[in-house]
Unconditional design. Structure first.
Length: 245
C-alpha cells in the first residue's frame, strides 16, 4: 500500500517557518503602509513580494485584465474583489500595485513574465496610483497646531480607528468580529488596538503675520489640508469644535 509523502516535503515552508522565527504580525498585508514606504520587506520590495506569492488562477486572470487595461488593449476598468476574510483581497491589490507602479522591471517579478507573454505585452507603462484605505482612514480625527518659532507653525493629525470601540474581550474569544475589526487588531491585543493612534505632520506654515491668532492659522492650515485631500472634521467625530488648539 502506497503511503503519501509528508506535506512539508511536497510544499517546503520558508526558512523562517522551518526555523521557528515566523512573525505573524509581519504578514498582515497593509496597502497603506506599502504606499507610505513603511511596510516590511516582504510587502515593500516588489521582487521579494512576488517571490513569496503563489499566483493562483484567479489572480492570473485578474492580472491579465490589469496589464491589458494598462496598455490600452481591453481589460476591465473596474474590478470588484469578493472573497471571505483571508481570501487574498489585499494581497491581490498589492500585486496590482507593484505591477502598475513599475518600481522593479517585470522580468524581476516571479510569475509575471508568462502573464505578459500570453497577453502579447513586452513592456508596461508606469501608471499613476492612488490608494484609499477605508479602514485606515475611518474613525475619529483631530488636528493640532504648534508654534515652533516666530511665524512658523506645524499641523499634526491624530487619527484613531473607532471600529473596535464597542468590542469586548468576550467578543474576541467567541470570534464575533467582522473582517474590518479583525484587520484593525491584527497582531495586537484588543486593548492595544483600541488605544493605538496614527499621528503625522500634515501641513506647515511659514511667514505668518505676527498679528494672526492661533485660530486664524489653524483654520487656514485646515482648509489647505482638506483641499489637498485630507479628512474633514464633522460634528460626529469632534466633540471640542473645529480644531483642538
Amino acid at each position: 500500500m502506497a503511503t503519501s509523502k509528508p506535506w512539508r516535503e511536497i510544499a517546503i515552508p520558508h526558512e523562517d517557518v522551518l526555523r521557528g522565527t515566523f512573525q505573524q504580525a509581519e504578514f498582515a498585508a497593509d496597502i497603506s503602509r506599502v504606499h507610505e514606504g513603511t511596510a516590511t520587506d516582504e510587502y515593500q520590495d516588489p521582487a521579494l513580494f512576488f517571490q513569496r506569492t503563489f499566483i493562483t488562477e484567479g489572480m492570473r486572470l485578474l492580472l491579465d485584465s490589469v496589464v491589458k487595461r494598462l496598455v490600452g488593449r481591453g481589460g476591465d476598468p473596474v474590478i470588484q474583489l469578493q472573497t471571505a476574510f483571508g481570501g487574498g483581497k489585499t494581497h491581490t491589490m498589492l500585486a496590482v500595485y507593484h505591477l502598475a507602479k513599475g518600481k522593479a522591471p517585470a522580468s524581476q517579478l516571479q510569475g509575471i513574465s508568462p502573464i505578459l507573454d500570453a497577453a502579447g505585452i513586452t513592456e508596461l507603462p508606469n501608471a499613476r496610483i492612488a490608494v484609499l484605505d477605508g479602514t485606515y482612514h475611518s474613525g475619529h480625527i483631530a488636528y493640532f497646531i504648534a508654534n515652533i518659532s516666530p511665524g512658523e507653525w506645524l499641523m499634526e493629525s491624530v487619527e484613531r480607528n473607532t471600529q473596535l470601540d464597542d468590542v469586548t474581550d468576550e467578543d474576541v474569544e467567541e470570534g464575533c468580529l467582522n473582517d474590518d475589526q479583525i484587520q484593525a487588531m491584527w497582531g495586537m491585543t484588543l486593548e492595544e488596538a483600541q488605544e493605538i493612534e496614527y499621528c503625522q505632520i500634515v501641513a506647515a506654515c511659514t511667514g505668518a503675520s505676527p498679528d494672526a491668532t492661533a485660530r486664524d492659522i489653524a483654520e487656514a492650515m485646515y482648509e489647505a489640508v482638506c483641499e489637498d485631500g485630507g479628512k474633514e472634521i464633522t460634528e460626529a467625530d469632534d466633540e471640542d469644535g473645529l480644531l483642538d488648539l
